[in-house]
Structures are given as structure tokens and as C-alpha cells.
Design a protein around this ligand. Structure first.
Ligand SMILES: [Zn+2]
Ligand SMILES: [Zn+2]
Length: 363
């Protein structure tokens, strides 16, 4: 009896309940970490922090449960810290800016930065509004936030035996490494930019698969309330594919996507529509202006003169006291002055600007 119990225990330690081969275990680990990444990007980030989409109770409860066993993350803490990151971006108050805290610190000690901020009650009160506060949240997910990952460890051990501990360890370091380190660190430090946002955000690679589309971080800072992170035809956001699938199943409702720009070359005068499009595409327009002036650079043009034009352009979306009519008049005057400037890049930009038109509700 004792011998057969001993051999059964040995057998379980070696193979677990499922008795999977090594590659099946690797596949399982990758799949489960990907589900965790999808839960973070769809539920915590796009749905809870930015309200870019609504979710049906079914996926919503699934994501909450999965995040509990997969990360031990408390929704309100994550949401508050992330909203503060957007509101105080790259300042000393930004909880995880590589510009303010240094890339090494954010990359390797991102979790510590996160944990310290999660204890800041003021952050939670100010930025944590509107998160789940039902019975489950109060009595299980928030109250026993770390017991969930313990449950995952028991599950891994039961399914795979001793190797289950390794599976669990990989599952547990995945989010701190990928989200706290890679997105918060690399996504504000290295990569390309489609738009000249006031922060240092970057798109790490154009294909957002490994971190669920979060790779396209500069696009996200350009359109923070959009549920879709890809904007160029060659970019791919796997998180958006999942959201579209949920939407087709009647389990999600997208509230906003990035606007689309159309340049109507027959339109030669700026009006309210131009202003609306320019404001929607302000960071893309700034990038375009900088590219054009760099490409068509005239050595004799002093940098200061260009900066004056940039500052005047930025006033069109930062001056909250001016009326819309006044802003349209300012925009027209900006174009007239730019055309007279004798700076080729600026002249090309001023020629294209009146044609800026917003194509709404397109995906
Ligand atoms: Zn960011
Ligand atoms: Zn965000």
C-alpha cells in the first residue's frame, strides 16, 4: 500500500496529472502568459483605464479572474497608476518614466516603482475612479489579492508535477518583465515615432503580438482613448483583433478608434473642418512639419524662425480661451505667414494644411 502510494507520488511529481511532453508544457506556458497579456491590454488598459471599449459581463469576469490567478493585480491600483502616467508623463510625478527615473531603473526595478506607487493613497483616490467595487472585488480579488497566484501554483503543480513550479515562475515574471519593464521602459525610450507627442513614447516594433499590441505605445499616447493601437497599414495590433472578435460575438462594444486623415488637395482655404482635423492630428501634423523642414532644409534658415512657427501652431490646440472663429482666423494667418516665409518645408506644409479633413468612424 505504502509502496504504491510512494510510486504514485513519484509518478505525479515526474508527470503531473496531464502527463504532457516538454514541448506541450512550453506551449501551455506560452499560451497562458499570452492570455495574461491579453487580459492586461484589453481589460486593465483599454477597458478600465481608458474606457475605450465596453465589455460584456462574461469576458469582464473572465479577465478579472484570470488577472487574479495570473498576476495578483488589483484593478484599481493598476488603473490609477496608469492614468497618472498619462497625466504626469515624463515628469518626476510619472510613476514609471525612464526620462525621469532612468531606463535601467524602469527596466529592472519597474515592479518596485509600481509597488511604491500602489501605496500612494492620493494616487488611488485621484485617478482610481470607476473601477469594479462589487462583492467579488471587495471580498476576494482585492482582499486576497495574492492568494490567486497561489491557486495558480497549486494548479500548475497538480497538472505538471515538479516542473509545474517552473511553469508558474515563468507565468509570474511575465507581466513584471513585459509590462513593467518593456512597455513602461522601452516604450518610452527606444523605437520609432509616428507622432510628435509631448512625451517620449515610442512604437517598439510595428507588429504588436508578444505584448498584445502594447508595442505600439507612441500610437497609444497619440490617441489614448482609442481601442485600436495600430494606425499604419503595415502595423498590427493583436489586442485589437481580439476586441474585434469579441465585438462580433456581441461581447464588446468599441467606443473610439484612431481618427483617419484625408488630405483634400482641391481645398485651398482653412475653415472649421481644417481646424478640427488639425487638432485631432496635432501630433502627427507636428511630426510631418518637422520631417518636411528637415527634408527641404535651407541652410540659411535660422532654427529660431522655425520654432516660432511651431509655437504658433501649438497655440491652436493649447489656447483654450480663444473662440473657434478666432482659431480659424489664426490658422489662416499662420498659413499666409508660412507661405511667405521662404522656408520650403514650411511652404509645402502650409499648402497641404487647408486640405486636412477628418474621416470619422473608420477602422
Ligand atoms: Zn506610456
Ligand atoms: Zn494608456
Amino acid at each position: 500500500m505504502i509502496v504504491s502510494l510512494f510510486s504514485a507520488t513519484l509518478d505525479w511529481l515526474a508527470h503531473g496529472l496531464w502527463g504532457l511532453s516538454w514541448w506541450q508544457i512550453v506551449l501551455y506556458t506560452l499560451l497562458t502568459t499570452h492570455v495574461t497579456i491579453a487580459s492586461v491590454t484589453i481589460f486593465l488598459h483599454r477597458h478600465q483605464a481608458h474606457r475605450a471599449l465596453d465589455l460584456h459581463l462574461l469576458p469582464s469576469h473572465f479577465f478579472r479572474f484570470w488577472l487574479w490567478i495570473g498576476t495578483g493585480q488589483v484593478t484599481r491600483e493598476w488603473v490609477a497608476i496608469h492614468r497618472k502616467h498619462h497625466a504626469r508623463c515624463e515628469t518626476s510625478e510619472d510613476p514609471h518614466s525612464p526620462v525621469a527615473h532612468g531606463i535601467k531603473k524602469v527596466l529592472w526595478q519597474g515592479t518596485e516603482l509600481y509597488r511604491a506607487e500602489s501605496k500612494n493613497q492620493e494616487t488611488l483616490n485621484r485617478f482610481g475612479a470607476g473601477c469594479p467595487n462589487d462583492w467579488l472585488e471587495r471580498n476576494l480579488y482585492t482582499r486576497f489579492s495574492w492568494q490567486g497566484v497561489g491557486l495558480m501554483m497549486i494548479l500548475d503543480l497538480a497538472l505538471f508535477g515538479a516542473i509545474g513550479l517552473t511553469v508558474w515562475a515563468v507565468q509570474m515574471v511575465w507581466i513584471p518583465l513585459m509590462a513593467a519593464g518593456v512597455i513602461n521602459g522601452v516604450g518610452h525610450w527606444w523605437g520609432y515615432r509616428n507622432a510628435e507627442t509631448p512625451d517620449a513614447s515610442t512604437n517598439i516594433v510595428p507588429w504588436g503580438v508578444v505584448i498584445g499590441g502594447e508595442e505600439l505605445h507612441n500610437n497609444h499616447h497619440t490617441y489614448p482613448t482609442a481601442a485600436k493601437f495600430s494606425v499604419k497599414s503595415y502595423e498590427f495590433d493583436i489586442g485589437w483583433s481580439y476586441i474585434r472578435f469579441l465585438e462580433l460575438c456581441g461581447l464588446a462594444w468599441v467606443k473610439a478608434v484612431p481618427p483617419q486623415l484625408v488630405i483634400n488637395k482641391t481645398k485651398l482655404d482653412c475653415d472649421g473642418e481644417t481646424l478640427e482635423a488639425l487638432i485631432a492630428f496635432r501630433f502627427v501634423a507636428l511630426k510631418k512639419l518637422q520631417e518636411l523642414t528637415k527634408q527641404l532644409w535651407a541652410d540659411s534658415v535660422p532654427r529660431k524662425k522655425l520654432e516660432v512657427f511651431e509655437v504658433r501652431l501649438k497655440q491652436l490646440w493649447t489656447d483654450s480661451s480663444a473662440s473657434k472663429d478666432q482659431l480659424v482666423r489664426d490658422l489662416r494667418q499662420w498659413c499666409v505667414d508660412a507661405e511667405k516665409s521662404e522656408i520650403p518645408g514650411l511652404q509645402v506644409f502650409a499648402f497641404l494644411l487647408p486640405g486636412y479633413t477628418l474621416k470619422k468612424h473608420s477602422r
